[in-house]
Design a protein around this ligand. Sequence first.
Ligand code: SF4
Length: 303
Amino acid sequence: MSRPADADALVPPALREAVLAWYSANGRPLAFRAAADPYAVLVSEVMAQQTQAERAGDAWVAFMARWPTVADLAAAPVSDVLRAWAGLGYNRRALALHRAARAIVDQHRGQVPDDLAALEALPGVGRYTARAVAAIAFGRPVGAVDTNVRRVLGRVAGGDCAPLAAGAMQALADAVVPEGRAAAWTHALMDLGAGPCARGEPRCGQCPASDWCRYAAGKRTPDAPSPPARRDPSPSFPSTNRWLRGRVLDRARGAVDGAWRGYADAIGSHPAAAVREAVLALAGEGLLEARETPEGLEARLPS
Ligand code: SF4
């Protein structure tokens, strides 16, 4: 993708320096921020995809203590990985991360690839996660654009070119990564998007970009429509299918030595038929093993 000719006008070098200085003094002290090992970064980015960053940080510490290398994770039973994911939600990420570890061992000699295409080919690694890993772990000058970064750059550059189409946003994000500071820049934009430039009314008076930001200067255009921010799996409402899936998995997680557990009864306000449907759906996704017995449907974590 070619470099936008007006990248330096939209996101001036002085703004980048100010943002980096702000991050250096005010960045969130997340546990995984000190990690440079590509596997550790990959785990943190997968965890933070849909889970609040602070909570992901706590889980990341425990996860890395248990499986410190990609080979350790690849060799682990998937049931253990699913158990360790308890509380993070969106359990398919655990399954995908486990598969990614196996792919890295089998196809990349145990080294997380630094190539964007190879990263994106890993299970559970999309455009954003691949770029975040490439920038943070390998210092590649690529912009990781999630909802928060899209909002920050959109507001900074807004007025002349907003709302930016996805391709133009990616090109701008790639073009303005400060040389040699890809990791810090990636973290800094994430923290701006979670802090002063969060959804809703931005707190421009607390933002290091305000001297150059077109939104702050009043040259506002409406924010581009964006998908919801990263969803936090809690609180989850007992009436939802998501809640039910979580309870179904929790029951399997609690089984001693991976024993089969029965799912013939209602759970909460969900009738037995809905429980059955949830179990079969989770089994279809590879998150459970299910079997029919004379007593009814049973399931356990996959071995
Ligand atoms: S100055 Fe305001 S609108 Fe611009 S990036 Fe900072 S918080 Fe967001």
